[in-house]
Design a protein around this ligand. Structure first.
Ligand code: ZN
Ligand code: ZN
Ligand code: ZN
Length: 429
């Protein structure tokens, strides 16, 4: 029975990872017919008896090399749903498809970068110097730069509606879910069809990404596409036009509502999207091309709440709110999450667990099943490719028979030190 003289091809995928996962264990290749052990890989031959595996995080704040891979995969996945490839026919590019942004409503005036014709404009000019009940000015004559540290900060933190902001973040995934249901209903009613009849003719596919605005609330960017009933490989019916899709998204975004439960000292609230939503067609040429949209979504898929000045980890009982190393605006959001988490009726929002995310507990990048390919399929393709290279280079035996059973036994032992980026596999390496 041969054992691997060199690390398995998997170790090479950990190249560059800053926080690799250390595994101890073995992988056996067994002949499915005879039960004979054909090959065994064991970590016993690795340095320290441990195999480092890339953390595969999507978060650039935690591991930039792994986030780069996630970003590249997300780009491929998004691009395939816009112009074809990775198993999606190129005809998908002719389906009605838009890039829509659904924003949060206002929770109070904040400092903002404004621009017109390439020139910075005043933040909040007001002729009369009005003040709030706390004595703060309700105007700001400054022309803030794009990277001004104070952007997104409220003019008066005591007036700002932190309760509303964290409730919106916490409910944003449910608001999105309701939006997708309302959109299908709106399309059906505009086409004069029942929901069932619509599903027999049309499928709505989407891929969305969450972005934190500087003011600390999430908003969603979504690719929304109309397909035939069989998904991207089937053409949508002739009546399903770009204009219909655009009008239906606008109508659905305005109509969606969500009622938060009342609690002692907190009245029920009706949450909805902000008034400013943006719906633009994605085309092969012009401002909003397929590759530009794919790059935009992929970029946001590797970000989280860090740009709002919060923590990149959960807040525990041992943490003291006043001494957390966060921006004051984030601290107020976190404080609101902790305060609201104790109210009966709001338990389901799990606001204490998601306080570091300012209440948002949703996934950052999601897509409907029929959008295009999946990240797992892209990763499996890459693994298969690396495996072929390793076999060709004589690093791994060729055991690619369907009758081979692979039995793995892994144990997690901790986190390792950053790994040097390894050169690509070459023959005889
Ligand atoms: Zn990593
Ligand atoms: Zn300002
Ligand atoms: Zn005030």
């Amino acid at each position: 029975m041969p054992t691997d003289p060199l690390p398995a091809s998997t170790v090479r995928r950990a190249g560059g990872c800053l926080q690799p996962v250390l595994l101890r264990g073995r992988v056996d290749h067994i002949d499915g017919t005879s039960g004979e052990l054909l090959h065994r890989y064991t970590t016993a031959h690795e340095p320290g008896g441990l195999l480092p595996i890339a953390c595969k995080t999507r978060r650039a704040s935690r591991c930039p090399p792994c986030a780069d891979i996630y970003q590249a995969d997300t780009y491929q996945l998004i691009r395939a749903g816009l112009s074809g490839g990775k198993g999606v026919p190129e005809t998908v590019a002719s389906h009605p498809c838009v890039f829509a942004t659904l924003t949060a409503p206002s929770f109070g005036p904040v400092h903002a970068h404004r621009e017109k014709d390439g020139r910075a404009r005043r933040c909040r000019p007001r002729r009369r110097g009005q003040t709030c009940p706390h004595g703060n000015q309700l105007s700001c004559p400054d022309r803030h730069d794009r990277d001004d540290a104070g952007l997104g900060e409220p003019l008066c933190p005591d007036c700002y509606d932190y309760t509303g902001a964290v409730l919106f973040n916490a409910c944003a995934p449910e608001l999105w879910r309701r939006f997708t249901i309302t959109l299908r209903r709106t399309l059906a009613s505009r086409a004069g069809l029942t929901g069932k009849a619509l599903a027999a003719q049309l499928r709505v596919s989407f891929a969305k990404v969450a972005e934190y605005q500087r003011r600390g609330v999430v908003h969603f960017h979504a690719i929304i596409r109309l397909d035939g009933p069989g998904g991207p490989a089937t053409a949508p019916p002739g009546w399903a036009t770009l204009d219909l899709l655009t009008a239906a998204i606008d109508q659905a975004a305005r109509a969606v509502r969500l009622e938060t439960p009342a609690a002692p000292g907190l009245a029920a609230r009706t949450l909805r999207w902000g008034r400013e939503h943006d719906i633009r067609p994605i085309a092969a040429t012009g401002d909003l091309t397929e590759s530009r949209v794919a790059a935009y979504v992929a970029k946001y898929a590797t970000k989280a709440a860090e740009c709002t000045g919060t923590l990149d980890r959960r807040i525990t009982q041992a943490d003291r709110l006043a001494s957390l190393p966060v921006r004051e605006h984030a601290r107020r959001h976190i404080g609101a999450c902790i305060r609201l988490s104790k109210l009966p009726g709001l338990e389901a929002l799990r606001l204490a667990a998601w306080a570091h995310m300012l209440g948002f507990s949703g996934h950052f990048a999601t897509k409907s099943r029929a959008y295009s390919t999946t990240l797992s399929a892209l990763r499996a393709d890459r693994s298969a490719h690396q495996r072929e290279l390793a076999i060709a280079a004589g690093l791994l035996p060729d055991l690619g028979s369907d009758a081979t059973i692979i039995r793995a036994d892994w144990h997690f032992t901790g986190r390792g030190q950053p790994l040097p980026a390894l050169p690509p596999l070459t023959g005889g390496a």
